[in-house]
Design a protein around this ligand. Structure first.
Ligand SMILES: CC(C)(COP(=O)(O)OP(=O)(O)OC[C@H]1O[C@@H](n2cnc3c(N)ncnc32)[C@H](O)[C@@H]1OP(=O)(O)O)[C@@H](O)C(=O)NCCC(=O)NCCS
Length: 169
């Protein structure tokens, strides 16, 4: 999967790669600690969706960011567990992971949905708001510093009408 060029700073030897089964606790922990306002994710859930995950690892092969794809009963895919460790934010990793997830969904001709408290991040990637009721509910985050912000559902069609900044690098 190759190295990841980050924006604005020295390349830190980051690498995009699949998630390994022995790392499901790492991803669940990353979501819990670095994305407390997002829906919690049990290691078992991560394991069941192992093939849907991509992660970014640092030069010591430690996971610094992740994104997972969940198949919904109606055929759409849901982007879950998109999280970048705080010290690695602002370098384009979130956009890169979300863009790659969108590309995987497009290759499978599936619409991609997500539920988030940060809709602006996804709107700039070509996602559009949809009714929250249109996405199956998940457990709510039990806590979180910005947990009071409303959850917003968004979707990226299987064939986006126009190229966006979310296009795959
Ligand atoms: C949201 C998150 C994944 C972004 O990751 P990141 O690597 O810092 O994002 P990028 O560096 O790729 O940023 C890409 C663009 O999105 C913008 N952006 C980043 N976070 C944003 C947010 N919360 N809301 C709106 N825009 C945001 C950046 O400013 C940047 O825009 P620019 O190119 O005009 O400068 C990261 O902040 C995170 O892990 N947050 C906690 C978990 C979370 O909220 N996940 C979302 C699904 S619940």
């Amino acid at each position: 999967m190759g190295t990841v060029a980050t924006t604005g700073r020295r390349d830190a030897g980051l690498r995009m790669r699949p998630l390994r089964a022995d790392e499901v606790f790492v991803v669940a922990g990353l979501v819990r600690t670095a994305a407390p306002a997002c829906a919690p994710m049990a290691p078992r859930d991560v394991l069941e969706h192992l093939d849907g995950f991509e992660v970014v690892a640092d030069r010591r092969d430690r996971i610094v960011a992740s994104a997972g794809l969940w198949a919904l009963p109606d055929g759409r895919l849901e982007l879950r567990g998109l999280v970048v460790a705080p010290r690695w934010r602002g370098r384009g990793l979130g956009r890169r992971l979300a863009g790659r997830a969108a590309a995987r969904a497009a290759r499978r001709r599936r619409a991609l949905v997500c539920v988030t408290r940060s809709p602006g991040f996804f709107e700039q990637l070509g996602f559009q708001r949809i009714p929250l009721a249109g996405v199956p509910p998940k457990p709510l985050a039990a806590h979180g510093s910005d947990g009071e912000r409303p959850r917003v559902a968004l979707a990226r069609p299987a064939r986006p009408a126009a190229a966006t900044r979310g296009a795959i690098a």
